[in-house]
Every structure is written in structure tokens, then in C-alpha cells.
Design a protein around this ligand. Structure first.
Ligand code: ADP
Ligand code: ZN
Ligand code: ZN
Length: 751
């Protein structure tokens, strides 16, 4: 008997399937999914792997499997899914298997650990490429150091004691890595149990409104009869979608089954979880997201695996949690971009959810106030059942939205970032002791630094992108690679002192607010203020509890928070998301504006929203003002049809990154050639565009090219693309090992 094995490792060369022979005494014990220990090459220590297939024989002479571990993490179902994913998302089976393993799983023994209140967390300071290169170049030699670094690459939020236990390394090794600049150690507070200190009053089911009842009944009938069906629950914010989810989950619990509810990472707050705990109690609930420490995630995973936690609330990768006997899958805020993975495997969670729901014969519910155009189109064409909630459940009304035309401000001599109208409204709010949120989707101070005499612009030396000025530390920074340099007052090209800073970000906005309203208290939330120690949640809590007057922030402020005292929301530049080079620009603008508007007036008082824009006639801004999704959808779907964009086709992006332009251009040409051949070989219809440099054609000193394909995805096309992917990899392995190629289906980021 021969077993096909995937090695549990991040090392690139090991990302293949290896055959091993199964000793006779193990034949009865081995099955697909078994965790095995195998000898490998000249390695001193044997490695761990997973059986992904079993066959009768092999023409080659094979090494024997050493042993089978007792604990089996994966079954045939998981392996099947991993194989399907590898083919569909153009990656290795091992990349997919990793998602399905308990957090932190390695060959080291897993034991229970007890944590202190504060703990030292370990973060990598070098990226994957740098580490791999140092291993290849033999700069990094110590096996233990390498093991610790590999472990950190695979796992997020690892404490020092987690690292010692899970990766089996000593404190001395960790010290050495810190001294040599590989890692950073940060002391943070932890709660081993994410629900600790919670005493929540039990809440009862609310009496559903007619609309809610209708939605509930339709979905519930699938739960009761064990039927697979997909639903789109389209309801404005506050229309009571969550209440419907809770009552459906109650039905699933009554049948002894478990429920999976996915939430975008950033909306997965204690407030969200509390509603579920107060209805069901914390024993039945598991929460999974990347802000939990590794140890916490491990414990939550085990709680699910044991079948104790029957309600799983989690971000994207929670879809792979070992839920026992699933009864429903809910994807809340289904339009959210964080549901698409931008690293290998580049899966979309809705596709995985749909597969699981079919496999388990259960309903899948997608919920949103601003559905993905693709989802609404499906519902419109009866590929999904549409359930609509039109009214706010608690009778609070939607806010009043007013649009300010920024062109008039300029004409009237107002050069400030704030229109006169918005300034008046803020002043008014300050007087009434109400809170204000200002939203600007650009961080830093100025986004564009130019010499007015010779036209020189300050660009990153590693990326083909302009540098952003950060006023706090008076530096120019690259938002793509982190490169920083001192601010410039003299042009490096012509030595002129006529340097101008253009474009405005959140830092500049905060300074302006302080100038106009010196007495107001402000707090800023963007990637620069959110850190490992000071989370997104902490900033929002400070805003709420200390009654800060004005919260200034990027997209982070948009998501699902409830601030009853916020009665004014100002959108500083509604156009910033319109001008991105992406077919979803209008959709994103509509979604962001609708969501940010939803932050205003959630208490008893009516809210106001001011939207500043240079394009007041743009239909996505207009529809967002009226909060009219259907009107937006009808216009947008017509445009998509004319231009043949999703849902009328799928977009495949092949990204080629490498050291030199020549290499990258050559490989891009090869891939283009392969694609042409595949069209004939598989008799498929694909529109393949010629290879071109990507819109940002250099990041981190890597040249970037891309090939775009438009097609209507089906199994044959996937086979054709997979074939291309394999041929490309074979070519790269032979001629250009440093070049990286990714195949991405409907990527979120087209840059
Ligand atoms: P959504 O998830 O659509 O944003 P929620 O479920 O959070 O909406 O409901 C918004 C508010 O309305 C919550 O405060 C909730 O308690 C209340 N609510 C929901 N359903 C009902 C109902 N049937 N009767 C009364 N209040 C309700
Ligand atoms: Zn100059
Ligand atoms: Zn850069």
C-alpha cells in the first residue's frame, strides 16, 4: 500500500505530494487525513505530514512511513475540500490544509498552558522573502531558530510562551532572534478566555415583525427539512437582520446541530458577540478572529472540535473551523471585501460557504444592507431567494443627508478641507454636546510632494508610487513598503525651495480641526494610530466613554458600531473611492457612503450627514444620499452589462513579480503563449488581454506585470487555467526561481 503525503511545512520545495509506502502493520490504521511521521531527505529529524490519498502501488522504491499519530485532525471531507480548493484557487494542497488545522499545530506536543494577565508577544520583523533568502544563503543556520521563524510565519498573535510550547524552542533562542533583529517582543494584556468578566443579563426573543417573520419562516423550513438553499437577506441597517439570525440559530440548536456565523473581521466586536452570549450563554459560543492570541484561538478551536461550542462566530478563516454537524451558515455583511483572501489560497468565503451548505444540505444566508451587485443579480435571477426587510425594527429613522458641492467652496474662496456648511454643523454639534464623526479615506498629511519649478515629485525608491507626508514625525513614507525618508524643503533635482505639499489625509484634517475648533477634543483612527498595543476597539471605546467631540478616521470608522450620541457624520471627500482604477469604484463608493451615513442618528435624535464632493451628479453619490439601493443597482447592472464586467463575466488576474523587467516580461510572454494554446486544447472561450505592466509597476523593488482574462468561469476554463498555472510553475522552477506568479479569480484589488 502506498500513501500520498503532504508535508506540514512552509518550506516551498516541500509543497508537493510525496509517495511513501505503508508498512503492513499500519495498513489497517491508515486512512485519508491521517497524521503521519515520515523520514525526509537528509533531514536529521523526521517530518510530519498528512495522507491525502492511498493507492495500491508505485513503480518507484519508496521510503516507509515511520508512524501514525493518534490524533487525527482531518478527515476525508476536509482533504477533499483542500484538493478542490487547490485546483480552483491555483495553489498547493498544503496551503489549503493549513487553514483546516488547529491554530499553531506543529509536530511539537500540544499541552494546556496557563497564561498571566500580561504576556510577551512575538512579532516578525522580516518578511517571508527575506527569511527564505537567508535560509537559502545559509545566513540562518540554526535549526531551532528557523523552526521558530517558520512558526511565526504561519501563525498570528503568538506569545512568547506559545512559541516555546508550540514550536518547542527555548527562551534563549527567542532572545537570540530578538538580538539579531528577526523578531520584536511586545508586552500586552491578554485574556485567556475572550468572554471573561462578562456578566450579561439573559435576553428573550423579540416578537418578529411581519417582514422578519416571513424571512425567518422561509429559512427555517430549510432547517427543519434539511434542505440546501441560498438566501439573500437584504435589509437596511437596523432592520433586524441579527434578530432573525439569532432566532434561526435557536432552531438549529434545538435540532442539536451547530451554526456558523461569519462577520467581517473589523465588525467582530464584543458588542456583536454579547448579543449572542446574552441569548444563548457563553458555554455554547466560540469566537475566532485574528486579534485573539494563538492560545485563545487554539482553545476556541478545541471547544468547537469537542462539540461544546455549537455557535461559531468568526471572521473569514473561521469557515474552516471543525464545526460538528452544521445546521446553518450565515454570512453577515456579505458584500464585505475582507471575505476574499488576498494571500494563498485566494479563496472567497462565499464560495466555500456555498460548497459546505450543499454538502451538508443546509441553508446559506447572506445578509447585507448594501448587497454585493453579484449577489443581488443572482437573487434577481432566481439563483438565490431574496428576502427583504424594508423598515428599521426599532423605529429610529434614517439620517438626513445633504450634499455639498466643493467646486462652489473654491469659487467662494474657501480653501479649507471643511465646507462652510460642515463647519457650521460641527460648531452646532459642539454647542449641543453631541458627537461628530469625520470620514476621509486617506491617511497621512499630504499625499503628493512636488517641486513647482522643475516638476520633481517625491517617489519611493523601492516602489513606483508617490510618498505621503506624515506631519507627526515629519517624514515622507511609502504606504506600500514602509520606506521612510526625511521631509524635503529643497528640491533634490533643481535645488529650488519652491516645494509644495498637495493632497490631504487624516493627519492634516486633524490639524485643521484643531485650528478651527481649538476647544474641541479629537481622536484619530487610521493605520497609523491603530497599533498592536492600541487596538481599533480601544480607540472606539475611548471615543464613546470619554465623550470625545470628534472622531476622525479612514474606512475603519465605517463598520458596524453603535454610537447613540453621534448625530453628525461628515464625509470629507466622497470622490476618493470614485477615482480608483477599478470596475467596482461606484459600488464601493455607494457602499462606503451608505455605511458611513448609517453611523449617524442611531439614538433617539435624528442624525445628519454632510457629503462633500466634486461630483455631486455622480449616480452612486446621489443614490447614497437617497439611501436607495435598488436605484443604484439598476443603473450599475446596466453599466456592467454594457462593459461586460462581473456578474456578466469573471475576471482572472495573473500577476507576475520579479527582479528584472526582462525576466518578468519574458515570463509574462510565456504565460500568454500557454494561454493561447489552452484555448484550443480545452476548447474554451476566454478573452485574454496582452501582458502589460501593472498600474503600480514596481513595489518593494519588484517589477510587476499582469495579464487580465475575462471569461465566464466554468470547470473547463478552470482546468485550462490550472494547466497554465502548472506549466508556468515548471518553467519558473527551471529558468527564474525568484519570479512569483499568482492566479487570482475576481481579485479585490486590481492595482
Ligand atoms: P441589523 O442586524 O439589521 O442591523 P438588528 O437586529 O441589530 O438589525 O436590530 C436593530 C435594532 O432593532 C436592535 O436594537 C434590535 O434589538 C431591534 N429589533 C430587532 N428586531 C426587533 C423586533 N422584532 N422588535 C423590536 N425591536 C427589534
Ligand atoms: Zn525642482
Ligand atoms: Zn515603497
Amino acid at each position: 500500500m502506498v500513501a500520498q503525503i503532504i508535508i506540514n511545512s512552509t518550506v516551498r520545495n516541500l509543497n508537493r505530494i510525496f509517495d511513501y509506502s505503508v508498512p503492513e502493520e499500519l495498513e489497517n490504521m491508515i486512512s485519508i487525513g491521517s497524521r503521519v511521521v515520515v523520514p525526509f531527505g537528509n533531514n536529521k529529524n523526521p517530518l510530519e505530514g498528512f495522507v491525502i490519498g492511498i493507492k495500491e502501488e508505485s513503480p518507484y522504491k519508496l521510503k516507509n512511513i515511520i508512524r501514525i499519530e493518534d490524533k487525527k485532525y482531518l478527515g476525508e471531507k476536509e482533504i477533499t475540500l483542500a484538493k478542490i480548493m487547490a485546483h480552483r484557487y491555483f495553489c498547493n494542497v498544503s496551503d489549503c490544509i493549513k487553514l483546516m488545522l488547529p491554530p499553531g499545530t506543529t509536530t511539537a506536543n500540544l499541552t494546556n498552558r496557563i497564561h498571566d494577565k500580561t504576556e510577551k508577544f512575538v512579532y516578525l520583523l522580516k518578511d517571508d522573502d527575506e527569511i527564505e533568502k537567508e535560509i537559502e544563503d545559509n545566513i540562518l543556520k540554526s535549526e531551532k531558530q528557523i523552526r521558530a521563524l517558520q512558526f511565526l510565519r504561519m501563525n498570528e498573535e503568538v506569545s512568547s510562551s506559545d512559541l516555546q510550547q508550540f514550536a518547542d524552542v527555548s527562551p534563549a533562542i527567542i532572545k537570540t532572534l530578538e538580538k539579531n533583529g528577526y523578531i520584536e517582543i511586545v508586552e500586552k494584556e491578554v485574556e485567556r478566555n475572550p468572554f471573561i468578566h462578562k456578566v450579561l443579563e439573559k435576553t428573550e426573543n423579540l416578537k418578529l415583525t411581519n417582514e422578519q417573520k416571513n424571512a425567518f419562516d422561509k429559512i427555517n423550513s430549510c432547517i427543519q427539512t434539511g434542505q440546501n438553499k441560498e438566501f439573500l437577506l437584504f435589509g437596511v441597517t437596523g432592520s433586524g437582520k441579527t434578530e432573525v439570525y439569532i432566532q434561526l440559530i435557536e432552531q438549529v440548536l434545538k435540532k442539536g446541530k451547530s451554526s456558523m456565523m461569519l462577520v467581517p473581521e473589523i465588525s467582530l466586536t464584543p458588542q456583536t458577540v454579547d448579543r449572542f452570549i446574552s441569548r444563548f450563554g457563553e458555554d455554547k459560543i466560540a469566537v475566532l478572529h485574528s486579534k485573539l492570541s494563538l492560545g485563545e484561538r487554539y482553545d476556541q478551536w478545541k471547544k468547537i472540535e469537542r462539540g461544546d461550542a455549537k455557535i461559531i462566530i468568526g471572521a473569514r478563516s473561521a469557515i474552516f473551523a471543525p464545526a460538528q454537524n452544521l445546521g446553518i451558515i450565515i454570512v453577515d455583511e456579505e458584500h464585505d471585501e475582507s471575505y476574499k483572501s488576498e494571500t494563498n489560497p485566494r479563496y472567497h468565503v462565499k464560495e466555500i460557504a456555498s460548497y459546505l451548505a450543499k454538502r451538508e444540505k443546509i441553508p446559506l444566508v447572506l445578509g447585507s444592507a448594501t448587497p454585493d451587485i453579484k449577489s443581488y443579480y443572482k437573487a434577481d435571477n432566481n439563483q438565490m431567494e431574496l428576502l427583504t426587510l424594508t423598515k428599521r425594527a426599532n423605529k429610529s429613522s434614517l439620517p438626513e443627508v445633504e450634499i455639498v458641492d466643493l467646486r462652489n467652496e473654491l469659487i467662494n474662496g474657501n480653501k479649507s478641507m471643511l465646507s462652510i456648511k460642515l463647519q457650521e454643523m460641527i460648531e452646532n454639534n459642539l454647542k449641543n454636546k453631541k458627537q461628530t464623526i469625520l470620514f476621509l479615506n486617506r491617511r497621512g498629511h499630504s499625499t503628493f510632494i512636488m517641486c513647482r519649478d522643475c516638476g520633481y515629485t517625491a517617489k519611493c525608491k523601492n516602489c513606483n508610487i508617490t510618498l505621503t507626508y506624515h506631519s507627526k514625525d515629519r517624514k515622507l513614507k511609502c504606504h506600500y513598503c514602509g520606506y521612510e525618508t526625511k521631509e524635503i524643503n529643497v528640491c533634490p533635482e533643481c535645488h529650488s525651495k519652491n516645494i509644495r505639499y498637495f493632497g490631504a489625509g487624516t493627519q492634516k484634517l486633524e490639524l485643521e480641526i484643531k485650528k478651527i475648533f481649538p476647544e474641541a477634543t479629537t481622536i484619530r483612527m487610521d493605520i497609523d494610530t491603530v497599533s498592536k498595543k492600541n487596538s481599533h476597539e480601544d480607540i472606539l471605546n475611548t471615543f464613546k466613554n470619554e465623550k470625545i467631540d470628534i472622531l476622525i478616521g479612514t474606512q475603519m470608522v465605517v463598520k458596524g458600531h453603535h454610537f447613540p450620541d453621534v448625530t453628525l457624520v461628515g464625509v470629507i471627500a466622497a470622490d476618493s473611492s470614485l477615482n480608483i482604477d477599478d470596475y467596482r469604484a461606484s459600488e464601493r463608493t455607494f457602499q462606503i457612503l451608505t455605511q458611513v451615513e448609517g453611523r449617524s442618528g442611531r439614538g433617539n435624535e435624528k442624525g445628519n450627514v454632510i457629503v462633500q464632493t466634486y461630483n455631486p451628479d455622480n449616480f452612486s453619490i446621489e443614490c447614497a444620499k437617497e439611501q436607495d439601493y435598488l436605484k443604484f443597482y439598476e443603473t450599475e447592472i446596466e453599466l456592467r452589462k454594457q462593459l461586460r464586467y462581473p456578474p456578466f463575466c469573471d475576471i482572472i488576474l495573473i500577476g507576475i513579480n520579479g527582479n528584472t523587467n526582462k525576466e518578468v516580461e519574458n515570463i509574462s510572454g510565456k504565460i500568454y503563449e500557454y494561454l493561447q494554446k489552452m484555448i484550443k486544447k480545452y476548447e474554451v472561450d476566454m478573452q485574454i488581454f496582452k501582458p502589460v505592466p501593472a498600474p503600480i509597476d514596481k513595489i518593494k523593488n519588484k517589477t510587476r506585470w499582469r495579464i487580465i482574462i475575462k471569461c465566464k468561469l466554468n470547470n473547463q476554463i478552470i482546468d485550462a487555467l490550472y494547466d497554465t498555472y502548472c506549466q508556468t510553475n515548471a518553467y519558473i522552477n527551471k529558468y527564474s526561481k525568484t519570479t512569483k506568479v499568482i492566479f487570482d479569480i475576481n481579485p479585490t484589488n486590481m492595482i
